[in-house]
Design a protein around this ligand. Structure first.
Ligand code: FMN
Length: 173
């Protein structure tokens, strides 16, 4: 699929079919994620693949009751290894580069999933401490996004975008 087509036609999917996602496809998503750019090529990403209904249920609770998370056969929790970034770039690495790197990896997952006929949603509203506990995430690693992955059971229309004229500044702000 053409990149621009994928960028423009991907939608957040919050309803999934009761259909498994093969392990090779999940691996393809992670492979795409690790090809994202990262500051100093530090690659501060860590991925937790969740498929057990019991753990998915707990994630729903941590994510303020967003039940579509447990509808998806696979949930990928993308984490930032802040420690690795801070070793390379200090505070800027830990607080800024790290999050940018992870966001790029997350977007690669969304676009690749879409190109493979899958639906995803970037879930950022969740309790970090609760999620950390559920998934046994150690200190120095920060959960950034929960991504339910499955075959879409809905086809939402595009949400609006701010017009280019409102967001572009020429030469100075
Ligand atoms: C950082 C971030 C956090 C988000 N958190 C949530 C969330 O917790 N729950 C949800 O349903 N959607 C969440 N979204 C998805 C947005 O609502 C969605 O991307 C936006 O409305 C545009 O719709 P589209 O993705 O279909 O283009 C999040 C997106 C981003 C980038």
């Amino acid at each position: 699929m053409d990149v621009l087509e994928a960028i423009k036609s991907r939608r957040s999917i919050r309803a999934f079919k009761n259909q498994d996602v093969p392990a090779e496809i999940v691996e393809e998503l992670i492979d795409a994620a690790r090809w994202a750019p990262s500051a100093g090529n530090i690659q501060p990403w860590e991925f937790i693949i969740v498929q057990k209904p019991k753990i998915k249920r707990k994630l729903v609770e941590a994510a303020l009751g967003q039940t579509f998370i447990e509808e998806a056969p696979v949930v990928i929790v993308v984490c930032a290894n802040e420690e690795r970034s801070s070793q390379g770039y200090g505070v800027r690495g830990e607080t800024l580069y790290c999050i940018q790197d992870i966001a790029a990896a997350i977007q690669n997952i969304h676009l690749t999933a879409y190109s493979l006929g899958l639906g995803t949603c970037w879930v950022g509203a969740f309790g970090e401490e609760e999620t950390r506990e559920i998934l046994k995430i150690p200190r120095g690693i920060r959960p950034v996004a929960i991504i339910p992955v499955g075959y879409p059971a809905e086809a939402p229309t595009a949400r609006s975008r701010r017009p280019i004229s409102q967001i572009v500044h020429y030469e100075t702000f």
